[in-house]
Structures are given as C-alpha cells and as structure tokens.
Write a protein that binds this ligand. Structure first.
Ligand SMILES: *Cc1c(COP(=O)(O)O)cnc(C)c1O
Length: 361
C-alpha cells in the first residue's frame, strides 16, 4: 500500500485509560479525571434542559454552514458571519489549516512544548516542523520570528499555552505580530481564552482588525464544558476563511453539537462562575506548592503544571491507584512534572491531600 512515508513513523493519539478500566484494575468505586482540561462543573444547565425538552431530527443532515451558531458567534464578537469557520473541535480547524497550507518544501514554526497537533498535522502534510523551545514555560517570540523564512506558511502561537498555562501579554504579542511577514499565517490558539483574567491579556478579536494574516481558534470543549460534542471555531478575515473553507468537510459539525454550543454561548453567568471557581482552585494549588516547596507555572488556563522533581509517570501511577487520573509531564516535555486540571474545590482538596501523602514517602 502507498501510505505517505512521513506517516509510517507517526504514532496515533493515545487517549488515557477509560475510567471504567481504571476502576476495575485498582478496585476503586470512584474515579476523578483531571487529565484533559475538561470543565469539572459540566456545561450550562440550559443545554441539558433544552435536550430534555426538545428533540433533533436525526435522519436529516445538519446545516453544513452552521448558520445559527455562526450568526450567534458573529453577534457576540461583532464580526461578520463570513469571518468564521466551524470545526469538529478546534482540533479539526488545525487540521483544515494544515491541509490547506502545508506541503513538502514548506515549513511551519511552532513553540515546544505546546499543543502536539501543530506538529502532527505538519508531518502528515509533508511539511517541516520548526520547533522553537519555550523559555521558562513561555514562547520565545524573538527566536520564533527569526525562524520564519520565505518557505514558512504558518506560525503557531498558543496562549494560554498548553501544557504550561503561561500567556503572552498584549505588548509582547503585537510586537511579535509586527515581525511576521504578510505571507505567513499567524494562528493564535486560544483554547483557554475564557479562563484568562490577566490585566494585560489582549483581545484577540480586536487584533483581527489590525492583522489581516491572523487566525484565532477557540473551542467549546474547555470552559463551555462541551468536549463531547466536538465544536470549535476559527476567526479571521473573510479572505482567509474563504481560502481554507474548501478543505472543510461539508457536514463537519453535527446537529447536536451546533445546538448545544449555541445554547451554551448564551449562558454567560455559567461561564463567569466557572472562571471564578477556577481562579479559586488555582489558589489552592499555589498554596500547596508554596507549602511543599514545589515550583509551578502561574496559570491562565484551567490546569497547572507542577514540577515534583520526581518521575512523572510514577507519580501518575500512584495517583491513579488512589482514583485520580492526571497527565504525566513525561509525554508533555516535562518529565518530572504533572499537568493537573483544576477541579471543584472538593476535588482539589482531596487530590492535594493524596499528593501530600505521596510526597512524604
Ligand atoms: C484542548 C485543546 C485544543 C482542542 O480542543 P478541541 O476539543 O478539539 O476543540 C486545541 N488547542 C489546545 C491548546 C488545547 O488544549
């Protein structure tokens, strides 16, 4: 078979063990999963209410243009509907952009460690992935700008960055954008945008006006609590959207996801409360880290990367035995760290206590 050569060495995404399997293996009755930055408070109750009272027609194709959701997004951000592309998660937006712009002979510049799908898609398309190491958890924007050349198609920026939680402030971000030549698309991955509260955090929608080569991605999977429905989106100038739109599958977002996302978008109160709880949860971890003398990155996301100065995989195993699933830093570029999703107050308290117990040994 003629599989693309560059794919033969690529490993497929390895999801964490399903909770039921972990329960059985360790004889546990309850599992708390804090591994994928899902919302511990679920989603807006309005979504559940709607689905209890209404049905959707399963036999009919969804609206491939996601008109209602698109219009709601356009209204929320005061953009035109032509400035959006909807995806089966923002993962698919990353794939669409890569498929539209990358090929052999082209390169794409990205931070590392960061979201692994930028590189994964670049390899599939046969393009060169130019990885620029983070400095102390933050993008090295100077080096990233220097890495761009005439063959560069895309530069990826992730803020707040997964897995470190660090953000880029407005001045740093725009100074970098000013250095990026017009032929390069800047993709600003803002999967955790809703959680960011720093005073000097930028308004990415506003920046679209000044930077015609900017595309911003966001998602309903994290703060909106709809990861299972798979809805993400990209925002850019109409000409960029028009250029990449032919790559999108005709019915890539489904009728359930479109409906849930639109309802969730209208419940700002739910979102505000989650963001507030998340900040309080982060404080619990900061206190713990200070008390235990552990170093961590202050986070603008709903997760925290803590350096335990111990093997991340072993710690991960220990926590799993106690019913907590987190992410080992090993696969994320931080071998002695864990990335833990901020849970509810009680969940945070409990896992911190378990960690204290483990650290004593
Ligand atoms: C979770 C995540 C995504 C993808 O989320 P979707 O569920 O596909 O919308 C994209 N980028 C980053 C940085 C993420 O953490």
């Amino acid at each position: 078979m003629n599989i693309k050569a560059q794919i033969t060495n690529l490993v497929p995404y390895k999801p964490g063990k399903p909770s039921d399997e972990v329960k059985k293996e360790f004889g546990l009755s309850e599992i708390v999963k804090l591994a994928s930055n899902e919302n511990p408070f679920g989603c807006s109750p309005k979504v559940d209410e709607w689905f209890k009272e209404n049905g959707v027609n399963h036999a009919i194709y969804p609206d491939g243009y996601a008109t209602n959701l698109r219009d709601s997004l356009a209204k929320k951000y005061s953009l035109s509907p032509e400035q959006f592309i909807l995806g089966n998660g923002s993962d698919e937006i990353i794939q669409i952009i890569s498929r539209a712009m990358l090929e052999k002979g082209k390169n794409t510049v990205m931070p590392v460690p960061s979201f692994p799908q930028y590189k994964h898609n670049a390899i599939i398309e046969g393009a060169e992935a130019v990885e620029v190491p983070l400095i102390n958890g933050a993008h090295d924007l100077q080096k990233m700008a220097e890495a761009i050349n005439e063959n560069t198609s895309i530069v990826w920026v992730c803020s707040p960055n997964n897995p470190t939680g660090k953000y880029i402030n407005k001045l740093e971000l725009t100074s970098f954008f000013d250095l990026v030549p017009d032929h390069v698309l800047i993709v600003l991955d803002e999967a955790y945008h809703e959680y960011a509260v720093a005073e000097d955090y930028y308004d990415a929608v506003e920046l679209l006006k000044s930077y015609p080569n900017l595309l911003v991605t966001r998602t309903f999977s994290k703060a909106y609590g709809l990861a299972g429905f798979r809805v993400g989106y990209g925002m850019a100038s109409p000409s960029i959207i028009q250029a990449i739109e032919p790559v999108r599958e005709p019915f890539n977002t489904n009728v359930l996801g479109q409906t849930a996302a639109q309802i969730a978008l209208g419940d700002e109160e739910f979102l505000e409360n989650c963001v507030k709880q998340n900040r309080l949860g982060l404080e619990q971890y900061y206190d713990f880290c200070k008390e235990a003398g552990l170093s961590y990155f202050p986070s603008q996301g709903n997760f925290i990367l803590i350096d335990f100065e111990r093997d991340g995989d072993l710690l991960f195993q220990e926590l799993m035995k106690n019913g907590y699933i987190v992410r080992s830093g090993k696969a994320l570029g931080y071998p002695t760290a864990l990335r833990i999703t901020i849970g509810s107050k009680e969940q945070n308290e409990k896992i911190i206590n378990v960690l204290k117990g483990i650290l004593k040994n």
